[in-house]
Design a protein around this ligand. Structure first.
Ligand code: SF4
Length: 315
């Protein structure tokens, strides 16, 4: 006789590490191998506590600013990117640095500089205080770029103050929320110059589409990801906006409330672009120990993107 199925677990793909995160972690690990510890990293290399702890155990020291690093040390810049002034500071201090900025963030930096050189004022849709936003804003003089976080920021813009205007965005935003802001900006500024290709990256877009595809079927969705991670927080929001009533951001598997889970029959599980698959495996193994489970896998997009690591680490 078949055992009764207590839970259905929806496991959509793509989920977990993106190409930019894999590259950044690879850069740190290869630097450790080539140069030996300690290796300094300015800011968390990616926003995930498991990844950060794992690298700390291997000899990485994470710092907030270059002043926290000895003068002759080697430093890596995180996947989120840094402003031009940070690179200049490193050069002045004669530090050797390796830039682990995701190439898709660098693409946005290049767009910002190009618009600035072409005399456009730039609207950046993003979240204040996020290191990627700080890094992007720091590519050009501050008076040439305005951060747009919400619809009120757009309402406050005075049309007569701007002549030529261009748009760039953070790479890890909600696709739907950003589309609304872009529509409002275009209504106010019909000549707004848009990015040739979306700035929200493929990994963000695919992970949001994947979680959206299961949201209505799930009593609860668990998103594995760091609490300070933009793409993780957006996945939770997208799950909830797409029809799932109970959504949880899980930064550590030990923080899961398994008793609460007993009330949910259909459960979704995903992981953000900075969360390692090992945490999904850990969740699954505990989950299968506690419940009788039927797993429903789905794939909404194939990903075969990878980024080259810097030459000095390839040699
Ligand atoms: S989420 Fe996108 S922009 Fe960020 S590191 Fe991954 S691929 Fe790059």
């Amino acid at each position: 006789m078949n055992k009764k199925i207590e839970k259905i677990l929806y496991l959509p793909n793509p989920r977990g590490f993106c190409a930019g995160v894999e590259r950044a972690i690879n850069i740190v690990e290869l630097s450790l191998e080539k140069y030996g510890p300690p290796i300094y990293v300015r800011h968390e290399i990616v926003h995930n506590p498991w990844v950060v702890k794992d690298l700390e155990n291997k000899g990485v020291i994470f710092v907030d600013e270059l002043n926290d690093i000895p003068k002759d040390a080697r430093v890596i810049f995180s996947a989120h990117g840094v402003s031009s002034s940070v690179k200049e500071e490193a050069k002045e201090k004669k530090m050797s640095y390796i830039d682990a900025t995701c190439p898709l963030v660098l693409k946005v930096h290049i767009e910002a500089k190009r618009h600035f050189e072409n005399g456009a004022h730039i609207f950046l849709i993003g979240h204040k205080g996020h290191p990627e936003v700080d890094g992007t804003m720091g590519q050009i003089p501050s008076q040439s770029i305005t951060l747009i976080e919400n619809i009120n920021d757009i309402k406050r813009l005075n049309i007569s103050e701007f002549n030529k205007v261009a748009l760039i965005t953070q790479t890890t935003l909600s696709v739907d929320d950003t589309a609304k802001l872009i529509r409002a900006l275009k209504k106010k500024f019909p000549t707004l110059i848009e990015p040739p290709r979306e700035d929200i990256c493929y990994a963000t877009t695919n992970r949001q589409a994947a979680v959206k595809s299961i949201a209505k079927k799930c009593d609860a969705i668990y998103v594995i990801g760091g609490e300070n991670s933009s793409n993780s927080i957006r996945l939770v929001e997208v799950a909830s906006q797409s029809g799932c009533k109970n959504t949880f951001l899980i930064s550590e598997i030990k923080s899961i409330n398994w008793d609460e889970m007993k009330h949910f029959k259909t459960i979704g599980l995903t992981a953000s672009a900075s969360a390692p698959e090992i945490l999904v495996d850990e969740f699954l193994s505990l989950f299968k120990n506690k419940f009788q489970v039927k797993i429903e896998k789905s794939v909404i997009a194939d990903e075969n993107i990878s980024f080259k690591i810097p030459r000095e680490l390839r040699e």
